[in-house]
Write a protein that binds this ligand. Structure first.
Ligand code: 5GP
Length: 189
């Protein structure tokens, strides 16, 4: 998606060969016009998949997920990162290794908000090693919901998550795919 690539070049900042900062439009301050276009693009790409629900992880996936849910006219569920005291039959959990914090945490979703008959579109801001997406897929698998696709704003294609998910048979659509980067330099595929 040209608009997102151009914005990354203008306002994104590669802090290292591994970490891209996009705080001014995607991760902290939100550019709602850009996010609206992102949501519409995911809706266009997945319009024939019969999506009934968008699923993401708090916090930074929520904005893109909301605009996608709006464009598809389906509910959005976000997995919570906090540990729930209420771990019973009504709650699904999975363990995820955080790329940004370099530690494992538990994600939680109520069984009320992913259903066995759901066809799910997973949406997230970044795809690096794929752990966040794998955790969300695990939650869907636990209830038997179908994962119809994965929509990613920024895929760092030099990290293995995208390739692994595609090899597992998931349809992964990334709106900007970074081939390589370093301080002051970003190259798209
Ligand atoms: P993964 O689970 O695929 O390894 O990492 C994806 C998650 O880590 C995303 O939800 C995103 O919040 C965070 N993340 C991964 N790489 C970056 C990055 O380069 N910049 C930012 N801002 N977040 C990232």
């Amino acid at each position: 998606m040209k608009e997102l690539e151009e914005r990354i070049l203008k306002d994104g900042r590669a802090l290292s060969p591994e970490i891209l900062k996009v705080d001014s439009f995607l991760n902290h301050q939100l550019d709602c016009t850009l996010l609206k276009h992102i949501g519409e693009e995911f809706a266009r790409l997945f319009k024939d998949e019969g999506i009934t629900r968008v699923l993401t992880i708090e916090a930074s996936g929520i904005a893109a997920a909301v605009f996608t849910g709006l464009a598809l006219d389906v509910p959005v569920t976000f997995a919570k990162k906090s540990k729930s005291l209420n771990v019973g039959n009504d709650v699904l959990t999975s363990r995820v290794f955080s790329f940004t914090y370099q530690k494992e945490y538990t994600i939680t979703v109520s069984r009320n908000y992913i259903k066995p008959d759901d066809t799910v579109l997973i949406v997230d801001d970044f795809l690096a090693n794929g752990r966040a997406c794998q955790g969300l897929i695990d939650l869907c698998d636990q209830v038997g919901a179908r994962v119809a696709g994965i929509g990613i704003c920024v895929e760092k294609a030099f990290q293995p998550g995208g390739q692994e998910l595609r090899e597992e048979g998931y349809r992964v659509e990334s709106l900007a795919k970074i081939k390589a980067m370093d301080e002051g330099y970003i190259e798209f595929e």
